[in-house]
Design a protein around this ligand. Structure first.
Ligand SMILES: [Zn+2]
Ligand SMILES: [Zn+2]
Length: 135
């Protein structure tokens, strides 16, 4: 059976389906990923064999490559949500885990570029957890 995954952006304009397995799943803490995600790290799935089909809104995707680097990002031009893209070098499919609506069947393989982590990152694992918003 083929692995299938589906996802969309926050505003719903861009929708996609992915068929095929993911090879790896990394949480990258580098300064570029922190900036482009606005958070502690990116959370990207990678696949060298999966195929992506754009179900709607493909023309709304904007792909950005940081000059002088291999750092790339793709996002919905209306809502800014991170969207899948193929790497310019090698064509590997990169899928932001948060863009998926279907269950992610693999667990992250590793935290990478951890030496570049935000100075507020240490100790996150021991933070109190609320199922919803705090009172
Ligand atoms: Zn959108
Ligand atoms: Zn990174």
């Amino acid at each position: 059976m083929t692995d299938l995954a589906t996802g969309q952006c926050l505003c719903g304009a861009v929708k996609f389906r992915i068929s095929g397995p993911f090879d790896s799943f990394f949480l990258c803490h580098c300064a570029r990923c922190r900036k482009d995600s606005g958070s502690a790290h990116s959370a990207n799935l990678f696949s060298s064999t999966a195929q992506i089909t754009w179900l709607s809104g493909e023309e709304k995707r904007t792909q950005f490559q940081l000059a002088g680097s291999r750092h790339e990002k793709c996002f919905c031009s209306t809502c800014g949500s991170a969207m899948p893209f193929r790497q310019a070098h090698g064509g590997v499919l990169v899928v932001p885990a948060g863009s998926l609506d279907s269950a992610v069947k693999i667990q992250p393989n590793a935290h990478i570029c951890y030496a570049s982590r935000a100075d507020w990152e240490d100790g996150l694992a021991s933070l109190e957890r609320f199922d919803g918003l705090p009172e």
